[in-house]
Design a protein around this ligand. Structure first.
Ligand code: ADP
Length: 307
């Protein structure tokens, strides 16, 4: 099989693990920088060139698109879909997963638990806003933030008001969320592949830090999920139409609460914490999906229409 990993940096842990694993399993693999792809649009003849080479021989792509380049990255993925190349992440699902508000709306309608959340268009009614998530302490999140940047704890009503007003004054959109104190600076990352949780870890923020992101100094350890946590992870991934997903959730007194669903989940933290070969699970899924499409070509057409 010809597989391309769409990634800007071949030395990233996830990229090199996927590359090495696919190679070991006998595939022709290349790493393609999606920002260096040229998309040629013409009637019924979609093409992609990469450094002047035409990419017309690929069976599958595995997008690893960073949040800052979602727009162009998704366009490249969409073009591959038009060319009937299997993508491990649908372009639509990728774009949707990058929109925090839309994701929360979709997740809410799927019935999974969520922290109480408010989003407004720079409302002047800041006091009301604070009350509607149950008062302080609360969490304010920049809509555009990733890896824990732009996630702020408002310890009191007064401080929360100032934080929200400051963001509004900067024309930065935020969501305001109830603070789940009982999660004690930890969260759970469940890695879902093809309708199964293939690994899960608990991340604990460093001393005195409510954010558990590994990028903020948190540490990950293996955890066995409860049935409710496993179900929440699978429902969330399905609601987002992601076959490969990193589902983040908080443990609360009222059960698991989904924080977000990541469409390019990193492999390093989860493989180290679980000592599992998650990269192999991803490649196995891609192999299976491409085989299925070969046996049933109408699926290809459906995928193209879906794009
Ligand atoms: P990002 O997408 O930037 O990682 P998150 O929404 O995942 O932002 O928040 C980062 C971290 O902050 C989470 O992993 C979690 O540990 C903590 N956190 C986020 N929201 C809440 C909340 N409502 N209550 C308690 N802790 C939270």
């Amino acid at each position: 099989m010809h597989i391309a990993i769409l990634s800007r940096n071949s030395s990233l842990y996830s990229t090199s693990r996927l590359y090495g694993t696919a190679k070991k399993r006998g595939h022709d693999v290349e790493i393609i920088d999606h920002l260096k792809c040229d998309i040629v649009i013409e009637q019924d003849n979609p093409k992609i060139y990469y450094k002047s080479k035409r990419l017309d021989y690929l069976d599958a792509i595995i997008p690893r698109i960073g949040a800052s380049v979602t727009f162009y990255g998704a366009a490249v993925v969409r073009q591959f879909e038009m060319m009937e190349v299997f993508s491990a992440v649908h372009s639509q699902a990728l774009v949707r997963s990058r929109d925090k508000l839309r994701s929360l709306q979709l997740l809410a309608s799927s019935g999974v638990g969520l922290p109480k959340t408010v989003f407004t268009n720079y409302s002047k009614e800041v006091k009301k806003l604070i009350e509607s998530v149950g008062g302080a302490p609360l969490i304010v999140k920049l809509l555009e933030g990733t890896q824990g940047h732009g996630v702020v704890l408002g310890p009191t009503k007064k401080a929360s008001e100032s934080i929200i007003e400051a963001f509004h004054a900067m024309k930065a959109r935020v969501i305001v969320q109830e603070f789940i104190e009982e999660s004690k600076g930890s969260d759970i990352r469940a890695f879902v592949v093809d309708g199964k949780v293939v690994g899960a870890m608990k991340r604990q923020g460093k001393e005195g830090e409510f954010r558990s992101n590994l990028h903020q100094g948190g540490t990950g350890t293996l955890i066995k999920l409860t049935k409710a946590e496993r179900n929440a992870a699978l429902t969330a991934a399905q609601a987002m139409d992601l076959q490969i997903a990193g589902v983040d959730m908080l443990q609360s007194d009222r059960g698991p609460l989904i924080l977000e669903v990541n469409s390019s989940p990193g492999l390093e933290g989860i493989e180290k914490a679980t000592e599992k070969d998650i990269a192999a699970k991803v490649i196995e899924y891609v192999e299976k999906a491409v085989e299925e499409r070969k046996r049933n070509p109408s699926r290809k057409k459906k995928a193209k229409k879906h794009a």
